[in-house]
Design a protein. Structure first.
Length: 447
């Protein structure tokens, strides 16, 4: 489209009833789309009448806007001759997305997951760091997830020979080189421009696979396209408040034949992640002070996590899981199992697996650590471990943690934050994360 639109005209369309935004030079009318935005209407409204390119590119792949917005919504191109330094300085995305001036340490200096985390804290913007690292309330569950693994002790056997060790696992008939996967977490592009594309390549290069997040920066088809044809993947799903939206998405997902769909069930509402909300409040205040629009906040705050999770169905029930299984015929895991009773119920209704998780401590603070849930299942309904696939995340940072989980009956282990931090170095970072810790440890402590 050749129509050029001045910043003065753009600025006239800055209300929810008539809202335009700029994305990479294109001006879109988002009036109808904003209430349907998967990341919530609030985050769209923050940029009405402005250039949202920096904020968009920080979390989304370049093709996502065109996928969700009809061509009739494209109003034209921003007339660059009307752009002034004063106007650019007032854009909310420029104020809120200031990266750190520090550089990442050389990858060869990184020797464990904690090093990746320290490197990420140095270079990410305050907003990105808060979104990734924050947990609910006082972070007791987040911290206990990690600490709990340290309280399980090994009794190593000797003279068993570990020259040739098979660390592979089989999930739903698919063989992988090691029982380690990513835990699906949103917006990997905050760490690296290639986001989930780099993460997928790195995991697959090491014989694992990716669980693609519903709120990924890149769409499921885009992630699948960078993998070998037919390579097995998993997809994580949030149920949308609008069932028709979920059905439409799942029809698209089913066409790509994921090996299983992992339905998140532990987040009917987004937890109170205070660090995330505090950064959002501070940057919103700065936006208002600079002449940009102030964000309307309720008493719960307005962090990025809550904004991107505002579409989730808070009335999800067991009958909805049955509907999904019956409607699409794809193996279903329940992600967010936190007690033996629910694990057994998942088995009884025909789920293919469960994913033990407390959302990395981001949902309900003081929920028990994931490792305790695995041990509870082991003690009270071991048939779950025998008849279903059992994934677990929450505090896994060492190869020894993976080994403990496998010894206690898990099928596979997943890491969320650590792989998000590692992918800051691209595909090479993901591969390095696996090489630096897990392959060696699984060999040294042969089960």
């Amino acid at each position: 489209m050749d129509t050029k639109i001045s910043v003065q005209e753009l600025s006239k369309h800055s209300s929810p009833e008539d809202g335009w935004i700029v994305i990479n030079g294109n001006i879109w009318d988002v009036t109808e789309f904003a209430p349907k935005h998967p990341g919530g209407v609030e985050i769209i409204n923050e940029y009405l009448g402005q250039d949202a390119s920096a904020a968009y590119n920080e979390v989304h792949g370049p093709s996502l806007a065109a996928k969700y917005l009809d061509t009739s919504c494209l109003k034209g191109r921003l007339d660059l001759s009307t752009v002034t330094e004063e106007w650019k300085a007032k854009q909310a995305s420029n104020i809120q997305s200031t990266p750190s001036p520090q550089k990442r340490p050389p990858l060869e200096s990184i020797i464990n997951m904690y090093d990746f985390e320290a490197a990420a804290e140095k270079v990410l913007s305050a907003k990105s760091w808060a979104f990734m690292s924050a947990a609910a309330n006082d972070s007791f569950t987040k911290d206990s997830n990690i600490d709990c693994w340290r309280k399980i002790w090994f009794r190593p056997r000797v003279l068993v020979g570990v020259k040739n060790v098979d660390t592979s696992c089989e999930i739903l008939g698919e063989k992988f080189s090691l029982p380690l996967f990513n835990a699906p977490a949103a917006l990997a592009k905050l760490s690296h421009d290639d986001g989930e594309l780099a993460m997928a390549r790195g995991l697959v290069a090491k014989g694992s696979t990716i669980i693609v997040c519903h709120n990924a920066s890149y769409s499921y088809p885009e992630v699948v396209s960078v993998l070998p044809e037919g390579y097995p993947t998993f997809y994580q799903l949030y149920f949308h408040k609008d069932r028709a939206t979920t059905e439409k998405l799942m029809t698209e997902v089913a066409a790509l034949k994921p090996r299983a769909v992992m339905v998140t069930v532990d987040l009917p509402v987004v937890g109170k992640r205070e660090a995330d909300e505090r950064v959002k409040i501070e940057t919103s205040s700065a936006s208002g002070a600079a002449g940009g629009p102030a964000v309307t906040k309720d008493k719960k705050g307005s962090g990025l996590a809550r904004a991107t999770g505002s579409f989730i169905d808070s009335d999800l029930q067991w009958k909805d899981i049955k509907w999904l299984m019956d409607r699409f015929g794809i193996p279903v895991f329940l992600k967010g199992i936190q007690c033996a009773h629910d694990a057994k119920k998942a088995l009884d209704i025909g789920c293919a697996g469960i994913f033990i998780s407390n959302h990395g401590g981001r949902a309900v603070d003081t929920a028990q650590p994931s490792l305790l849930t695995l041990m509870e299942i082991n003690a009270n309904c071991p048939e779950v471990l025998e008849q279903m696939e059992v994934f677990i995340d929450g505090g896994i940072r060492r190869g020894t943690d993976v080994l403990k989980a496998i010894c206690l009956g898990a099928s596979g282990c997943c890491m969320g934050r650590p792989f998000h931090f590692a992918v800051g170095y691209g595909q090479e970072g993901v591969e390095h994360a696996i090489d630096s810790e897990y392959t060696l440890m699984l060999r040294k402590l042969k089960c």
